[in-house]
Design a protein around this ligand. Structure first.
Ligand SMILES: Cc1cc2nc3c(=O)[nH]c(=O)nc-3n(C[C@H](O)[C@H](O)[C@H](O)COP(=O)(O)OP(=O)(O)OC[C@H]3O[C@@H](n4cnc5c(N)ncnc54)[C@H](O)[C@@H]3O)c2cc1C
Length: 619
């Protein structure tokens, strides 16, 4: 957590020795606080800010914490913001006990509840949404992680977030983003000022801009992205459910044979291979790499083409749309819809064990035990925790299934993130600034820890997320937990601030004056992600440890323990909010089929799933 101090406002100047943020804030709410008029004299941000929000008159500057300080992480929310949930009953067997209220878990829960099932979601933390939650601080609403939302359009079938909400009678007002990303990329002979590309909402505008940067590759650009559309259009014509359920697949095949065959043909292919068919310029191929890396955290040759088709086209089809009120509204509305259907969510419910009966192939998950000893029984147990947390911690008492050992050979944990949530004076943003930015200064270090910088400014789309006259600037960059181990509390705090200062300086290349303009800052590290998102090593999710066979190696929702399912970014199709909603749709469908609530063709089901497992384990 960043420690802040008032430095400039006359009323606060004498308080500069108070180095804890809490103390500063307490002062701010006493009669000694900075008053709007004083700030106007001091000309910090102008009248409108200071008059309406005296508290924001304090100019806060991040500093290292004093030696004796206790290490605290950044994400805990104000006690008043803890979401209400009563204790869920433990005296009956639920249709599903769901571990975790990430969007994957909540989608499974709501899809099942919408079909009349009784489920309980057990969430360790105090807010729903996991990496796609949000938290409130000092008038700011910070998205924990995600703020670039796919899947919130109104047409086709890939608008899965919209559909997940609508299944429980909810909808969200959104603000269309005119661009997905503004890329600030390295200098080259062809682009001495740096390669600057905006991914416009309108596909033709984006292709034109990219083709202008690479006129000799105009055809290649058109053909590569054209092939992405072939994938997307196929996906976007199908109802998206469990790909582990052959009866549904046959039904879709009967309705859309060409789309199904097209998708099947792309299942084993990777984006890099398709790009190289059409594009020769190494700089443009690096551009395709960053286009993949920014959501898959691997280069194009390791990114399945199916995922690329979805991401590279939905941004133009449904567009990138920001949920009014913050990304966490998605989870909050799913929770409301769940509770309205008589199912439950309980926060501060730390699942310690998955209870399994039987051995070997007879193993069956029958419930979970919380840290406080309470047991929840379920016909199914769905884990929204990562695969590493599920099989190495929650099932630590059981032998690792063979299919999981094989998964660990194919996939490894991606890095986590260093995350800086800041509030800044509004005037630091030049007119025309876009919401999402990616900065790469050197292609060679793109994949290095802290090599690529991600910047999101969601207040450009929804100004209500921060006090008047300010904006939120969220800066994050991939980093490994190993870089944050073996540090004493003061060393840890110091390192957080030093690293954050350095990152902010780099962002100043396109937002000059950012350091000076910062009025609020909190820094989270991979340790923060591990602790508050309950993810092993704070990882963003699985990435291939060798060249993958497209999507074929990625597990779906069933596991080799009967009655135990996984959902979320450790399952097909991987990371991203819309992707984990897809995983939730598939999971709920598969669970309902296995519980006899939706029809299957038993022999076909068995044969097809054995084949799937064999292909996956050998891929
Ligand atoms: C910094 C960052 C930026 C991102 N930006 C974007 C973006 O712009 N767009 C996008 O689409 N995606 C983005 N993503 C990715 C996206 O947010 C995730 O892929 C997605 O939200 C993961 O959802 P999930 O359901 O798999 O799990 P999570 O979000 O990890 O949720 C899992 C939940 O389970 C709970 N849990 C785990 N174990 C237990 C237990 N034992 N007991 C009880 N509860 C438990 C956790 O507390 C957590 O709430 C970003 C991610 C990060 C970290």
């Amino acid at each position: 957590m960043v420690q802040s101090v008032a430095t400039q406002c006359p009323a606060c100047a004498g308080r500069a020795q108070h180095q804890s943020r809490q103390l500063t804030h307490r002062l701010a709410s006493t009669s000694n606080r900075c008053q709007g008029t004083q700030c106007v004299q001091n000309n910090h941000w102008g009248k409108s800010v200071c008059k309406s929000r005296p508290r924001t008159c304090i100019v806060l500057q991040a500093i290292a914490q004093p030696e004796a300080a206790v290490v605290r992480e950044t994400l805990p929310v104000d006690p008043s913001a803890v979401h209400p949930s009563s204790r869920a009953p433990t005296d009956f067997e639920y249709d599903a006990v769901i571990i975790g209220s990430g969007i994957g878990g909540l989608t499974t829960a709501t899809q099942m509840a919408a079909k009349g099932a009784k489920v309980v979601v057990l969430e360790k933390y105090v807010i729903p949404g996991g990496s796609a939650g949000h938290y409130h601080r000092e008038g700011y609403t910070f998205d924990v992680g995600s703020s670039m939302m796919f899947g919130m359009g109104h047409e086709g079938t890939t608008n899965l977030i919209t559909r997940a909400l609508s299944a429980v009678g909810k909808s969200l007002d959104t603000v269309p983003d005119p661009t997905q990303i503004h890329y600030h990329l390295p200098h080259s002979e062809a682009h001495p000022e740096g390669l600057d590309v905006k991914v416009w909402r309108k596909y033709e505008d984006f292709v034109e801009e990219l083709s202008e940067r690479f006129p000799h590759e105009r055809e290649g650009v058109k053909k590569f992205y054209g092939e992405c559309w072939a994938v997307f259009n196929s996906l976007n014509s199908l109802e998206l459910k469990s790909l582990e359920e052959p009866r549904y697949l046959l039904g879709e095949f009967a309705k859309h044979p060409i789309a199904c065959l097209t998708l099947a043909s792309y299942l084993p292919s990777n984006t890099g291979d398709v790009a190289r068919k059409y594009i020769k310029d190494p700089e443009l191929l690096s551009f395709i790499d960053i286009e993949c890396y920014c959501w898959s955290t691997v280069l194009a040759e390791h990114t399945p083409m199916i995922n690329a088709g979805m991401v590279f086209c939905d941004r133009h089809y449904g567009g990138i749309n920001y949920p009014r009120g913050g990304v966490g509204r998605i989870a909050e509305l799913l929770v409301e819809g769940l509770q309205e259907r008589g199912s439950h969510i309980e926060y501060k419910a730390n699942v310690k064990d998955i209870i399994v009966k039987g051995k070997g192939e007879q193993q069956q998950a029958v419930g979970v035990r919380l840290a406080d000893g309470r047991v929840f029984r379920g016909k199914a147990v769905v884990s929204n925790a990562t695969r590493w947390d599920t099989f190495e911690k929650l099932l630590a008492h059981e032998e690792m299934p063979k299919s999981e050992s094989l998964f660990r050979k194919r996939y490894k944990k991606s890095p986590s993130f260093l995350s800086i949530h800041t509030g800044v004076c509004a005037d630091v943003l030049p007119p025309g600034t876009q919401c999402h930015h990616i900065i790469v200064e050197d292609w060679q270090t793109m994949e290095s820890p802290l090599g690529t910088l991600f910047v999101s400014i969601p207040t450009l789309l929804d100004p209500t997320l921060s006090p008047d006259g300010t904006h939120i600037v969220h800066i994050f960059s991939p980093d490994w937990i190993d870089n944050w181990k073996s540090l004493s509390a003061p060393q840890y705090e110091r390192k957080k601030e030093e690293v954050a200062d350095a990152l902010v300086k780099r962002v100043e290349a396109f937002l000059p004056g950012l350091t000076e303009a910062t009025v609020f800052r909190e820094v989270g590290t991979p340790r923060t992600h591990r602790r508050f998102l309950n993810r092993d090593d704070g990882s963003y999710g699985p990435i291939p440890s060798r060249r993958p066979l497209g999507m074929l190696g990625m597990p779906f929702n069933r596991t080799s323990v009967q009655g135990l399912y996984c959902v979320g970014d450790s399952t097909f199709p991987g990371q991203g909010v819309n992707a984990v909603v897809f995983s939730g749709f598939g999971c709920a469908h598969r669970v309902l089929c296995d519980q006899g609530k939706q029809a299957v063709i038993p022999l076909l089901d068995q044969g097809y799933n054995s084949l799937l497992a064999a292909v996956r384990d050998r891929s």
